[in-house]
Design a protein around this ligand. Structure first.
Ligand code: LLP
Length: 418
């Protein structure tokens, strides 16, 4: 459920017409709906509240704009992050480090040092080498590092291979069959405190069962460790819940989390942590773009728009299908099949293929469900300044990131003088 809908012929974000946003801020522009973000966060938090202890740690990589992080922090959200940069964003946005979990396979000593000093909730450790580096950094600081091992439960999430992470063949996590031994060895490390276990099996999952299978495997591990005197305080089930881009019908956050809560009834002392990213942000945002040219061809017609793969790479990278709709419906125009493409010099630069649209040059289009992994994956390829970002709140609009200026393109660069 989101708050983007047509009022008459015109697409609105909450109470603001997207056409007005385009005239005020230009295009391409990402537009987010505050009410949608808050609604999605609450869907997770409310369902999880049926368990005695729970924490939603929003996955910052999905959308890391300070205004987004700040809204979530104000609702009490924690954060799942994967770099020192994301940690600094969370702090700048007013997030609480005590609610931060730090994932990722390649944490540097500097990142560990910074996170330990801030007192984060947990390091989600992905290898034995990482564990030893963390022990050394914590020892030098005279602190104990709170640790969860990210286990790889070898579950097929049945999603796109690039975003499936819980199979043995993936680089992520520690083989669950080896995990108990590694916990036992880690118990001997003087500056490591074992607090939890976590997993993340993939993204854009549209069924609950793989999550529940993974949960079962984690609970079996928790039991085995308990028998050895290692009592974990939390279980972190990762993110991964899918959203509707096209015809998918994923479970709602409430459906999914209530099943998890049900299974955890026997573990009231265990804190439940979740790391949703896409399910909170994807349908809370759109990418607003303008049709520059319509280019008829023998085999195909092209709608050339002012947003490109550098702004939104999901279609090019994963063949992701994203809905593209006119901002103002005009039924008097002929309907045609178009490939909606950007100005970048790559054949792979498309936002959508074979879309039936009734449009004219100069019209505005909205790429739906672009709030997650949209702006955060954007680049300056072809020396294109990155898009502006706007947050709509009821009838108000806030510019939350200004469009990059030309000089931003070469900031930090220098010509050599001899
Ligand atoms: N936790 C961990 C450890 C993760 O690696 C991820 C996502 C999440 C949580 C959040 O997953 P979500 O709830 O958003 O599915 N760029 C791709 C998605 C990559 C996801 C990577 N990890 C896309 O645009 O589809």
């Amino acid at each position: 459920m989101d708050y983007f809908s047509y009022q008459g012929n015109s697409l609105f974000a909450e109470q603001v017409a997207l056409a007005d946003i385009a005239s005020q801020y230009g295009t391409p522009t990402y537009v987010y709906s505050r009410a949608t973000i808050e609604r999605h966060y609450r869907a997770f938090a409310d369902a999880a509240a049926a368990h005695p202890h729970s924490l939603v740690c929003y996955a910052v990589k999905a959308n890391s704009n300070l205004a987004v992080l700040n809204l979530l922090a104000r609702l009490g959200s924690g954060f799942d992050l994967v770099s020192g940069g994301e940690l600094r964003r969370v702090i700048a946005a007013g997030g609480d480090p005590a609610k931060v979990v730090f994932s990722g396979v390649g944490k540097t000593a500097e990142e560990m040092h910074f996170a330990l000093q801030l007192g984060i909730k947990c390091f989600n450790v992905e290898s034995v080498s990482e564990l030893h580096r963390l022990q050394d950094v914590a020892k030098a600081l005279g602190k104990k590092a709170p640790v969860s091992l990210r286990v790889n439960p070898d579950i097929d999430a049945k999603t796109h291979p690039y975003i499936s992470t819980g199979l043995k063949a993936n680089k992520f996590g520690i083989d669950i069959l080896l995990a108990a031994d590694i916990y036992r060895a880690a118990r001997e490390l003087s500056h490591i405190e074992l607090v939890g276990v976590d997993c993340h099996i993939g993204s854009q999952l549209t069924e609950t069962q793989p999550f529940l299978d993974a949960l079962e495997k984690l609970l079996a591990l928790i039991e085995a460790l308990k028998a050895d005197g290692i009592e974990l305080k939390h279980i972190d089930i990762g993110g991964g819940l899918g959203v509707t881009y096209d015809q998918e019908v994923p479970p709602s956050p409430a459906d999914y989390i209530s099943k998890v809560v049900e299974r955890l009834k026997a573990y009231p002392q265990l804190e439940l942590i979740m790391e949703p990213g896409r399910a909170i942000m994807a349908n809370a945002g759109i990418l607003l773009t303008k049709v520059e040219f319509l280019k008829p061809g023998q085999e195909k017609h092209f709608a050339i728009v002012d947003a490109a793969m550098n702004d939104l790479i999901r279609p090019a990278l994963y063949s992701a299908w994203m809905n593209i709709v006119p901002v103002v419906l005009n039924n008097s125009l002929p309907r045609q099949n178009y490939d909606v493409v950007g100005p970048v010099c790559e054949t792979g630069d498309f936002l959508g293929k074979d879309r039936e649209l009734a449009i004219a040059e100069g019209d505005l289009l909205a790429v739906r469900s672009a709030g997650a992994y949209g702006f955060t994956m954007s680049s300056n390829y072809n020396s294109r300044p990155r898009a502006a970002e706007v947050m709509v709140d009821g009838q108000h609009c806030h510019l939350i990131r200004q469009r990059e200026q030309w000089q931003d393109l070469w900031r930090g660069e220098q010509v050599i003088s001899s």
